[in-house]
Design a protein around this ligand. Structure first.
Ligand code: PLP
Length: 480
């Protein structure tokens, strides 16, 4: 394909994408295919000779689309949202075209510098404490990671490194292996599985902190566990708080937890993967109070801030904490500006070496929506969740299972877990809308998350009508 053909095909592709997204609600939100469906639809070997573009594009509808779960359909209410917007998609095209691998400042100065400034822009939108803002002289700053899972792992590994240094400073005879065996990390029993996984990868024990009636961790509970572990000769070193838990969007009490972590030299990381985007709205910002006690803070603009996957933003108070943990400097990656103190080499802030020019997506989205446009998006989706909540509340057969604070509604039919499992199965088998469940206090609960940028009140009303129709049918069945 030469540039002339790329121009033509590119324009066609933009039309295809615009048509796909404009008409997405006409497609069934969840596919009908069975596991392994695709293998029989394409050859077993890559083609020896080039094929025609027309044939490839025809196969997108024949092979790919039948197996796509349409995350951007207004009938998709599962998991948490995956952000998308036209400005972010355009920026991603440009990112592909530039195609740099921005592991160091020298590898593409714009890639590094725009990222630092975008993380400052976003940090200011969230009113993060000054310590997290890089500016020109700051000791902290932000970085784009691929996912919240990576951000948590990076924070845990940095904390582990710091804890070892600290323990050896007070007793140089202690070996790294002996210290590792004593380290203990903590997180909520509602935390995302990626936090526990970070502990597994980091080779440290991870204790689950029980939550209160609102599914949030309280200061006192963590304090007791830390004291108990210290008495047993362990070294508490890391706590991952969650703001906006995956099952029910609960918020740990970080104003209580932060001082406990600081007093015990425990690194506090905040995982706000989904809810973090909402902190750009002044009415939600109080939920972030206590971030001043944190060592690191992360959320996913690729969930709720209109920046397409992947874009997970991580801020640290002391950049030296993460650079110290991951620094490797082979000759082939060195450059003459690196010791100047003026440049950031993001390869030291992450696990992979390579990195895409992801900040372009943020720059396009922030400029083309403005803060007010982004706030309007968050508020609209929270409003839709509230609308769904009032529909549920008005039907006495159902109950709301957790406070509706953002765009997630946890609800269930009053009755057994089996009944609710049967309802969810009916809903997902019908494939008109798509939901996933969660477990709250032993109950099987349905999660209704407002996901698509294009979800409107009529879709929510339609979804509720559909759910109540299926409930009616379910309750007619003899076994219920
Ligand atoms: N943390 C929380 C609270 C989440 O809700 C999720 C995903 O939904 C994650 C972490 C994992 O996110 P990622 O896919 O970016 O690793």
């Amino acid at each position: 394909m030469d540039a002339a053909e790329f121009r033509r095909r590119g324009k066609e592709m933009v039309d295809y994408v615009a048509d796909y997204l404009e008409n997405i609600e006409k497609r069934q939100v969840y596919p009908d295919v069975e596991p392994g469906y695709l293998r029989s639809m394409i050859p077993t070997e890559a083609p020896l000779e080039p094929e025609l573009y027309e044939d490839v594009i025809k196969d997108v509808e024949r092979v790919i689309m039948p197996g796509v779960t349409h995350w951007h359909s207004p009938y998709f209410y599962a998991y948490f949202p995956a952000a998308t917007s036209f400005p972010a998609m355009l920026a991603d095209m440009l990112c592909g075209a530039i195609g740099c691998i921005g592991f160091s400042w020298a590898a593409s100065p714009a890639c590094t510098e725009l990222e630092t400034v975008m993380l400052d822009w976003l940090g200011k939108m969230l009113q993060l404490p000054e310590d997290f803002i890089a500016g020109t002289h700051g000791h902290g700053g932000g970085v784009i990671q691929g996912t919240a899972s990576e951000a948590t792992l990076v924070a845990l590994l940095a904390a582990r490194c710091k804890a070892v240094r600290l323990a050896q400073a007070s007793d140089p005879a202690r070996t790294e292996a002996e210290i590792f065996s004593k380290l203990v990390a903590y997180t909520s029993d509602q935390a995302h599985s990626s936090v526990e996984r970070a502990g597994l990868i980091g080779g440290v024990r991870m204790r689950k902190v029980p939550t209160d009636s609102k599914y949030a961790v309280k200061g006192e509970t963590l304090k007791n566990m830390v004291e108990e572990d210290k008495k047993a000769g362990l070294i508490p070193f890391f706590f991952c708080a969650t703001l906006g838990t995956t099952p029910s969007c609960a918020f740990d009490h970080i104003t209580e937890l932060g001082p406990i972590c600081n007093a015990n030299k425990i690194w506090m990381h905040i995982d706000a993967a989904y809810a973090g985007s909402a902190f750009i709205c002044p009415e939600f910002r109080p939920l972030l109070n206590g971030v001043e006690f944190a060592d690191s803070f992360n959320f996913n603009p690729h969930k709720w801030l209109l920046v397409n996957f992947d874009c997970s933003t991580l801020w640290v108070k002391k950049r030296s904490d993460i650079i110290g943990a991951f620094k490797m400097d082979p000759l082939y990656l060195k450059h003459e500006n690196q010791e100047s103190g003026l440049v950031t080499d993001y390869r030291h802030w992450q696990i992979p070496l390579g990195r895409r020019f992801r900040s372009l997506k943020m720059w396009f989205v922030f400029r083309l929506y403005g803060l007010t446009g982004l706030q309007a998006h968050i508020r609209k989706q929270v409003g839709l969740a509230k609308e769904f909540e009032s529909l549920v509340k008005a039907d006495k057969r159902f109950e709301i299972c957790a406070d509706v604070i953002m765009g997630l509604v946890c609800f269930r039919l009053q009755g057994s877990n089996e009944l609710n499992k049967a309802l969810l199965k009916k809903i997902n088998d019908a494939k008109q809308i798509h939901l996933v469940p969660c477990q709250l206090s032993g109950s099987f609960v349905l999660r209704f998350a407002i996901c698509a940028r294009t979800t409107e009140s009529r879709h929510v009303q339609e979804a509720w009508q559909h759910i109540t129709q299926l409930t009616f049918e379910l309750l007619q069945e003899p076994c219920h």
